[in-house]
Write a new protein. Structure first.
Length: 262
C-alpha cells in the first residue's frame, strides 16, 4: 500500500472522533489525574467536565446509577452509626468517604464507557495517547490512505511507536512501509508497532494506555528531544507558496507550444 503524496492535505480531511467522545476522553483523563502538568483547569471547568462525564456514563452504563446509589448509601449508613456511637466528629469523615466512593465508581465506570465509545472511531488511538500522562509526542495520521487507513507516530521515553488503525490487511503494508522509512533515521532507538483493533494479534483500545505505560524507558529526555527533531525534519514537506505566480517566473507561450508538440 503506497502512502498518499499530499499527507498534510489529506490529514486535514481525516475525521476526528466525534466531538462529545473527543471531549469526554479528555475530561475522563483529567478526572483520573492523568492530565499533563502544564494544563490548568479552573474549578468551574472541572465541575462541568465531571458533570458531562457523569451524564455520559449514566446513559451508556446501566449499572452506573445503582453502583452510585450504593456508593452513597453505604457510607451514609456507616456515618450514621459512627455519629451515634462516637459523636458528631465522624460526620465530616463520612461526607468525605461518600464523595470518595462516588468518584471511584465514576472513574471506573466512565473509563469503560469512554473506551466503548472510542472503539472503531478513526483517530481514537492518537487522541488517547495525546491525553496520557508523561512526555508523549504524537503525530496523528503521519501516513494515511483514502480508505481511512492511517498510521500515527508516537515518540516517548520507550522510543518510537507506530499505531496503525484501519483494515488489518491494508494497514499492515502501510505500517511496514513506515517502519522501513523510519529505521533509516531513528538510529539505535527502539521501534514498536501495534495494530489497534479488535481482531487477533491486534491491540484493543482498552489496553492501549496500559500497554504503552508498561514499555521500558529506553531513552532520556534529551534523546526524546533529539529524536523528535529528526522526525519533524523527516515528515516536513515543502508547501507551494500562496498567491499568483510572478510574471517574471511564468513560462512563455512558446514553451507551452513546444511541450504540446512533443
Amino acid at each position: 500500500m503506497r502512502a498518499m503524496p499530499h499527507i498534510r492535505r489529506l490529514r486535514g480531511s481525516l475525521p476526528d472522533p466525534p466531538t462529545p467522545v473527543r471531549y469526554l476522553l479528555t475530561a475522563a483523563t483529567r478526572l483520573r489525574g492523568m492530565a499533563k502538568p502544564e494544563e490548568k483547569v479552573s474549578f468551574g471547568q472541572r465541575l462541568k467536565q465531571i458533570g458531562m462525564v457523569f451524564s455520559f456514563t449514566a446513559k451508556r452504563d446501566k449499572w452506573f446509577m445503582p453502583l452510585v446509589a450504593g456508593a452513597v448509601l453505604i457510607p451514609i449508613a456507616l456515618t450514621v452509626v459512627a455519629v451515634i456511637t462516637w459523636g458528631w466528629l465522624w460526620l465530616p469523615v463520612g461526607i468525605l468517604l461518600t464523595l470518595l466512593a462516588v468518584l471511584i465508581v465514576l472513574n471506573l465506570r466512565s473509563n469503560a464507557a469512554m473506551m466503548n465509545a472510542a472503539e472503531g472511531q478513526p483517530g481514537a488511538a492518537a487522541q488517547i495517547v495525546e491525553n496520557m500522562r508523561g512526555d508523549w509526542r504524537v503525530t496523528p495520521a503521519m501516513s494515511s490512505t483514502t480508505q481511512m487507513d492511517m498510521v500515527h507516530l508516537v515518540i516517548g521515553r520507550p522510543g518510537v511507536i507506530l499505531l496503525a488503525e484501519g483494515n488489518p490487511q491494508r494497514v499492515r503494508g502501510l505500517l511496514g512501509q513506515e517502519k522501513r522509512r523510519l529505521s533509516k533515521v531513528i538510529g539505535n532507538a527502539p521501534l514498536y508497532d501495534y495494530v489497534v483493533g479488535q481482531g487477533e494479534e491486534e491491540l484493543s483500545v482498552r489496553k492501549l494506555r496500559m500497554t504503552l505505560m508498561r514499555l521500558p524507558r529506553n531513552l532520556t529526555g534529551k534523546d526524546v528531544n533529539a529524536l523528535d527533531k529528526r522526525m519533524k525534519a523527516l515528515t516536513a514537506r515543502p508547501q507551494m507558496p500562496k498567491g499568483a505566480i510572478p510574471k517574471n517566473m511564468r513560462p512563455s507561450k512558446g514553451a507551452f507550444r513546444q511541450t504540446r508538440g512533443r
